[in-house]
Design a protein. Structure first.
Length: 385
């Protein structure tokens, strides 16, 4: 089986959760006898090029419409470039289909990357569209992006959600009547695992992910002032990238009493993460909206329990009081209280860490999840034929 993935953030280029997901699944499918390739825009390339990354063919394309702006007409802006770049990408996709000959295309919902229906069966993985996330947070939805995402979604009838949460809100946002199959994201448990010989830093807390407001990072920093006032040994390390301007504003908001208790490590390559995060006792993910959260299961796979948002897909990952804790991230006092409570009982933290590892092995291990994906692919191809 030959699978061609659509991804505009394939590592090592600048990437987020979708890029990590596509890299993981593309490489894992190779071990199952499949052949995989990836196609996407890449702002770092000067001309279209084919790279081979860990035996995956990666077609990195120049976006000719990057940084193009619309024409201002009175009080309105006429901007056709978002449509033109998707139309151009769809045509480039057809060229790769002709040469690489995939059996199936896997696309994404976020931003609606396709304009035209591909000439091969198309599965769209629901990672969390802009419109679905905005609707969940009761925020306004920009009409152009909604239109582009809806057009992209309706190019196929094959869908797979990364969580029940995002499947529900995608149905609501785009008025689908059908149910979607659900396959949770997975983690390589042989790569992300508890490592012997790495000492744990007592009362160490880690946030792992993209640094922006939706991830609840502001609430977490505000909660730290309460935590430090109660337990001066607590230290938070924030791992990840974000907009430099937002990041600077965030640092300036840190209460002076806890500046020495919060550090920013910046981006750490995924291959280096297991050794780095194994030194932490406790993870925290206070997201306002989370389609799934790959970083959550990476931490749990290393035996690190998490204080997880009780919103969105949080309860699908963490079982409160068994392998972690659930908390309302909008309640800063409750978030701080949960962190303080966890660090007051280190035996429970260690127990929850072991339970978290077992949960991942049982529900999110890469090997078993790949089999679920392969069955979905086969089902699509049988229907398409």
């Amino acid at each position: 089986m030959r699978i061609l993935f659509i991804c505009h953030e394939y590592p090592p280029s600048k990437h987020g959760g979708i890029g990590i997901f596509v890299k993981s699944i593309a490489e894992a499918l190779l071990t199952q006898g499949c052949q995989t390739a990836v196609i996407g825009y890449d702002e770092k390339v000067m001309e279209d090029e084919l790279q081979v990354v860990n035996k995956v063919d990666v077609f990195r394309l120049v976006n000719p419409y990057k940084n193009k702006h619309g024409i201002r007409i009175g009080g309105f802006t006429l901007n056709l470039y978002p449509i033109l770049e998707r139309r151009y990408f769809s045509k480039k996709l057809e060229q790769i289909i002709h040469t690489w000959q995939p059996d199936l295309i896997e696309g994404i919902d976020w931003s609606g990357p396709l304009w035209l229906k591909p000439s091969r069966p198309l599965l769209i993985r629901l990672h969390g569209s802009y419109a679905a996330n905005q609707l969940y947070e009761s925020k306004p939805v920009r009409r152009l992006i909604y239109f582009l995402e809806k057009r992209n979604l309706f190019l196929t009838t094959f869908y797979c959600g990364v969580s029940k949460h995002i499947a529900k809100w995608t149905r609501t946002a785009f008025h689908f009547k059908q149910d979607f199959s659900i396959i949770y994201n997975s983690v390589n448990t042989k790569k992300f695992m508890p490592l012997a010989g790495i000492p744990k830093k007592e009362h160490s807390l880690v946030f792992l992910g993209r640094i922006d407001a939706r991830k609840g990072i502001e609430e977490l920093i505000n909660a730290m002032a309460i935590c430090v006032a109660s337990n001066s040994a607590i230290h938070l390390t924030i791992i990840g990238n974000g907009d430099p301007i937002y990041l600077e504003k965030l640092k300036n908001r840190i209460d002076p009493t806890c500046r020495e208790h919060i550090s920013f490590s910046g981006f750490i390559p995924n291959d280096e993460l297991p050794r780095y995060i194994n030194s932490f006792m406790l993870g925290v993910m206070p997201s306002r909206a989370e389609a799934f959260g790959i970083t959550a299961i990476e931490l749990m796979s290393c035996g690190i329990p998490i204080i997880m948002t009780n919103k969105a897909a949080g309860p699908e990952i963490v079982t409160d009081g068994e392998d972690g804790w659930l908390v309302d991230p909008s309640n800063i006092d409750a978030l701080a209280a949960k962190i303080i409570e966890a660090f007051s009982d280190m035996e429970k933290v260690r127990l929850f860490g072991k339970n978290a590892r077992r949960k991942v092995e049982r529900s999110f291990a890469e090997d078993q999840v790949m089999q679920q994906n392969i069955q979905v692919y086969k089902s699509i191809l049988s229907h398409a034929n």
